[in-house]
Design a protein around this ligand. Structure first.
Ligand code: NDP
Ligand code: GDR
Length: 345
């Protein structure tokens, strides 16, 4: 019998890739989007699934309990993947209350809806390495203590513990995926990797002079989003509900990713100076192509993330395949193609 799944946040990066994966497995998918003045389905259009006969697009807001109940009643789903969130760490400092309501309390609405409608529904919560924040151990695993450093991280930690609490209190098959940063050509341009690859493509094509960034020393464990959504699905197919880290176990600085991206575009750059005076220069032309802007610094920073995905490998058979160089190359090529064609999402 075909399965039915709900994916909240289908207009986001992970929602689009997960929908593609589940549809390819024969699922009927109810993908939720928010009513806004200009709903944007560019990601599912890029993947060519927007008109799939098994895909149903449903208007929904995570902060609304009654809407959550109706979503589960009307879809008849047996798996719910909660990917919806105010997911931008930088914005969470400016909008902490909205972030708490969506990213923290939102998942509780879905857990309550599951408890009310059908406690047999399997639930995936999109947790994050941002919960580790001020790092307490290297690498970070499922047993590393949490110390979130942003309103986003704090909100996600609440939802993580609620997921575990509903698992333990009501025997709900509720999983928490503690995913480290994962990127792709479908990544939003507000996040640093895509901001870099899109800007590098524009600089290469003469459409932009300088890329402005914040903290270049932050280290992240970056993987390929398409592989991470496979891990989400595997968590809900396991015999027991649990929490898992998905990561590559490699960490690089934002500066490294900048160098890698210019290299992928065939531009040789060199960094010089330090702190807010640091710049990168195109060696061939002598032009400054990267400079620091304090407006991209955060009030509190997560300095170093590197995850240990050993448990996911052992219990789920999940392993990342794509190297950071391959991922970066893929993103730069896609942004070159889009910018050459005269558009950029
Ligand atoms: P995106 O920001 O690309 O997508 C977030 C989605 O949530 C969008 O579809 C957005 O809709 C939707 N959304 C926001 N607010 C609401 C709301 N009130 N009600 C319903 N939907 C809402 O995130 P990603 O795809 O990158 O990430 C997916 C999830 O995984 C998020 O929860 C994120 O916090 C988490 N995560 C992501 C990681 C990453 O590296 N990508 C790592 C770890 C966790 P709209 O288009 O209308 O804004
Ligand atoms: P992050 O991703 O905060 O890790 O959250 P982001 O790409 O925004 O930042 C990564 C690091 O780069 C530094 N940085 C900049 N960041 C942005 N966005 N823009 C800049 O100009 C810039 N310059 C330097 C940041 O300070 C930071 O250290 C992402 C989101 O997807 C979350 O939802 C998810 O939970 C985590 O990854 C894991």
């Amino acid at each position: 019998m075909n399965k039915t799944a709900v994916i909240t946040g289908i207009t986001g990066q992970d929602g689009a890739y997960l929908a593609e994966l589940l549809l390819s497995k024969g699922y009927t998918v109810y993908g939720t989007y928010r009513r806004t003045s200009s709903v944007n389905f560019w990601r599912i259009e890029e993947l060519g699934i927007e008109n799939h006969s098994n895909l149903h697009l449903v208007e929904y807001d995570l902060t609304d309990l009654s809407s959550s109940i109706r979503l589960l009643q009307n879809s008849g789903a047996t798996e719910v993947y909660n990917l919806a969130a105010q997911s931008f760490v930088g914005v969470s400092f400016e909008q902490p209350v909205t972030t708490a309501e969506i990213t923290g309390i939102g998942p509780l609405n879905l857990l309550e809806a599951i408890r009310i409608v059908n406690p047999k529904i399997r639930f995936y919560q999109a947790s994050t390495s941002e919960m580790f924040g001020k790092v307490q151990a290297i690498p970070q695993s499922e047993s590393t203590p949490f110390y979130p450093r942003s309103p986003y991280g704090v909100a996600k930690l609440y939802a993580h513990w609620m997921t575990i609490n509903y698992r333990e209190s009501y025997d709900i098959f509720a999983c928490s995926g503690i995913l480290f940063n994962h990127e792709s050509p479908l990544r939003g341009r507000e996040f640093v990797t895509r901001k870099i690859t899109d800007s590098v493509a524009k600089i290469k094509l003469g459409k932009l002079d300088v890329l402005e960034l914040g903290n270049l020393d932050a280290k992240r464990d970056w993987g390929f989003a398409k592989e991470y959504v496979e891990g989400m699905w595997r968590m809900l197919q396991a015999d027991e509900p649990d929490s898992y880290v998905l990561a590559t176990n490699r960490t690089e600085t934002v500066r490294d990713f900048v160098l890698m991206s210019f290299k992928a575009a065939g531009i040789n750059v060199e960094f010089s100076g330090h702190a807010e005076e640091e710049i990168a220069v195109d060696v061939a032309t002598g032009k400054t192509v990267v400079r620091i802007s304090p407006k991209f610094y955060r009030p509190a920073e997560v300095e170093l993330l590197i995850g240990d995905p050993a448990k996911a490998k052992e219990k789920l058979g999940w392993e990342p395949q794509t190297t950071l160089e391959q991922l970066c190359q893929m993103m730069v090529e896609e942004d070159m193609r889009r910018n050459e064609a005269g558009f950029s999402f």
